[in-house]
Design a protein around this ligand. Sequence first.
Ligand code: SF4
Length: 312
Amino acid sequence: MQIQEAAKALNTGGGHQPLALPDGNPFQGGNGEGEFYLSKSRLNRYIACPRSYLLHYDLVIVPLRPDRDLLIGRSTHRLIAAHHLARKKEEFIDAQSVLDSFWSKYIQKEEPPEDRQDMEAARTESFRYAQLFIRDVPLDPLEIERDFSIPLIDLENGDTLPVPLVGVIDLVDQPNGIPRPLEIKTRARKADAWQVRVALELTCYAWWVRQRIMETGAGEPDEIPVGYVNIIKTKTPTIQWQTDCRTIVDFLALYNTARAVYENIMDRRFYLNPGTHCNWCDYPAVCGKNKDAIVRNFGDAAYLRLWEADLI
Ligand code: SF4
């Protein structure tokens, strides 16, 4: 495999077109709007609980108040990405203005003081995590927040799914000459060793690297390195690296999983799959048909949509 050619293709980003960020706009393609696509978030949500997929993507039932940990994670990502983008231009970022632009819509004067204080604390936390990352994770990434939209292909018979796989890779570096997609995670505790092995999102990113390498004519890569850089949000935050690799076996499994999810969504199979994941799901009130909690968490319009969909 001609690693240098693959790296060059990544560097030049041939054909790179900015896309709508799937995580920033997770509803594109739901409800008949825009073109339908698959993403790691859609795959993971459907696999965990098809009913949750229906509620989130199809009926667009979203909490009125965004989840604090989610905001901390996004703000931390924003700062890290801004730092690396500025560094590429040999500039420095103004961290406070990056934070201002992210948090201004969540820290409003009219909010109750305790809610404002909570969001201010979350903002400070994210700054701390980004500082830790920038200090303790020395990287010179080839790509920063790299978006992609690529076909999913069955490597056994050449079949292609009719919808693309869309995603954004936090960082791509190149240790040992091989492009390596990296996902930054903010986690409450250290991840178990197996998590990096089974992570579908890392397989999606490795698939993108594999496609780019194949475009160069360099031949099928033996394996593609992937990694998590976990920011552990303990009292004294730490960094945990987890690295692994993906091979053709993983790409065959990715295709089969994606095809099953795609076909189930097209057939509108949105069954309930209750389990431990209900603990961190937004929708126990919906599944429990708790009207007061639904209106409180999601608002009247969401309640009406659920009623019209015959779900409550
Ligand atoms: S609460 Fe449980 S069953 Fe209901 S949507 Fe969420 S994960 Fe599925």
